[in-house]
Design a protein around this ligand. Structure first.
Ligand code: PMP
Length: 364
């Protein structure tokens, strides 16, 4: 509605208007319980129904096979950079990392404390604008897992399909924080998927881990109890007090995604939004530029620069005057970035594209 901006932030990010309104209507008195979700015991029947519905809707959305556990945790995806190696490998296990941007680099660096990671491909020298061809990867046949970041939030590169670990017993692990639930994913290809909620599916404070059950229960001895998947799996994510309100919000988003027709429909919408934005960039005769190789451009985070870089500040300021906010690129790369997650309506992207054309007409 007109009192809201189009928020292109990378996360925390825009949420669906109908979800916010529903949460508003249930805030004071959740479904006749006489209390808000924030005030409920996490062990009471009301909250149990909320977390169980959230899990079951997520299972439906992603068609998660029964041999996988779904965990609702805290600590952000950053905590998973440590939890993953602590849970699924020994301290002297070799593991492979593909480094396609800042986030996969951070995952690699944290893993160094808990196992023996090796970067088998890095896009750093090409400023993180590419995804490697899988045939060229020099995977260690002994690697316990292969770690990827499915979508690099800062650099805007996205895996369009996934590599297979060379080790027959190897595990594909993906950080899906910034494209989680943006399209269908064959979960069975992965041993483990993790994602912070605050981009596509809810507020910050909830981290979702989808992990194959046979990978649970072998954590390294020094693993803190809060990072041990076994503890959380055995207690249905209720070992300690979970982020109740955040889980409730994720649940409302999952319901909304199902009502939209599930992830096949959601992907169509995301593709359309991304296409019109990249098209506007590519057809600007170089006025706008996106450095990312075309075949791996992210549908979620669209980084772009201006040929006349001195105009970038004005672009961001003028856009904000028209209620399009948070278009500044990450401080490490500069330029602009439009994050167009599930909840960004087509109208928001259309408005941005129209603004870009006007801006170019004024300044070309
Ligand atoms: N991985 C990716 C791909 C991200 O985009 C982010 C957050 N921007 C993180 C990890 C870190 O997430 P958190 O802040 O939830 O720890």
């Amino acid at each position: 509605s007109s009192d809201r901006v189009f928020n292109f932030a990378a996360g925390p990010a825009t949420l669906p208007e109908n979800v916010l309104r529903r949460a508003q209507s249930e805030l004071y008195n959740w479904r006749g319980s006489g209390m808000s979700v924030m005030e409920m015991s996490h062990r009471g029947k009301e909250f149990l129904s909320i977390i169980q519905k959230a899990e079951s809707d997520l299972r439906t959305l992603l068609e998660i096979p029964t041999e996988y556990s779904v965990l609702f945790l805290q600590g952000g995806a950053t905590t998973q950079f440590a939890a993953v190696p602590l849970n699924i490998c020994k301290s002297d296990d070799a593991v492979d990392h593909i480094v396609t941007g800042s986030w996969s680099d951070k995952a690699f660096k944290e893993a160094q404390k808990y196992c023996k990671p090796n970067v088998i491909w890095s896009g750093k020298s090409e400023k993180y604008t590419k995804i490697p061809s899988f045939d060229d990867l020099k995977q260690n046949p002994e690697a316990r897992f292969l770690h990827i970041c499915a979508n690099e939030t800062i650099h805007g590169v996205e895996f369009k399909n996934y590599p297979t670990p060379k080790n027959q017993n190897g595990i594909l692990v993906a950080d899906m924080s910034s494209n989680f639930c943006s399209k269908p994913v064959d979960v069975s290809k992965f041993g483990l998927i993790y994602a912070g909620a605050q981009k596509n599916v809810g507020p910050s404070g909830v981290t979702i881990v989808i992990v194959r059950n046979d990978l649970i229960g072998n954590a390294q001895g020094l693993t803190p109890v809060m990072l041990d998947y076994k503890i959380h799996a055995e207690n249905n994510s209720l070992y300690n007090t979970p982020p109740c309100y955040g889980i409730y919000m994720c649940g409302l988003v999952f319901e909304d995604l199902l009502e939209q027709g599930g992830l096949v429909e959601v992907e169509k919408k995301n593709r359309k939004k991304a296409e019109i934005l990249y098209q506007a960039i590519d057809e600007s005769n170089g006025f706008f530029r996106c450095p990312v190789e075309k075949s791996v451009r992210s549908f979620m985070n669209v980084p772009f620069t201006l040929e006349k870089s001195e105009l970038e500040g004005e672009f961001i300021k003028e856009a904000a005057k028209e209620n399009m906010v948070q278009l500044k690129g990450h401080r490490s790369v500069g330029g602009m970035r439009a994050s167009i997650y599930n909840a960004m309506p087509l109208a928001g992207v259309e408005k941005l594209v129209a603004f870009m054309k006007d801006f170019q007409a004024k300044h070309a």
